[in-house]
Write a protein that binds this ligand. Sequence first.
Ligand SMILES: Cc1cc2nc3c(=O)[nH]c(=O)nc-3n(C[C@H](O)[C@H](O)[C@H](O)COP(=O)(O)O)c2cc1C
Length: 103
Amino acid sequence: MKVKILGISGSPRHGNTDILVKEALKGAEKLDGVETEFVAICDHKIKSGCISCYRCKSTDFERLCLGVKGDDGNMLMKKMMDADGWIIGVPVYWGASRPSSRP
Ligand SMILES: Cc1cc2nc3c(=O)[nH]c(=O)nc-3n(C[C@H](O)[C@H](O)[C@H](O)COP(=O)(O)O)c2cc1C
């Protein structure tokens, strides 16, 4: 039986986050029985935020958000549910490290 690992790059561009997630997937592929898939969210239209429909919590029908039909977020959610594991890369923008005045 195959184990499927989904790699997701959350970068708004094809940059370092893509590279790092792909490298992690390469490592996973070295293990027997592991297959991988890579998705860069910048290639998709994911516009809607969570609308608290709770459909994603259901186990007896497809876990697609009712309120965001046509949004690629549904495609991504399905891929996530079909995978056995995820590797998620998220770039740090505006972490805004600065000298702290606190002790
Ligand atoms: C506007 C901007 C703000 C950033 N802020 C931070 C930060 O606060 N902390 C940090 O460690 N890196 C910061 N970075 C560096 C990014 O994390 C780094 O460039 C990373 O490679 C971005 O991922 P990407 O190549 O997938 O876009 C910042 C980069 C940009 C362009």
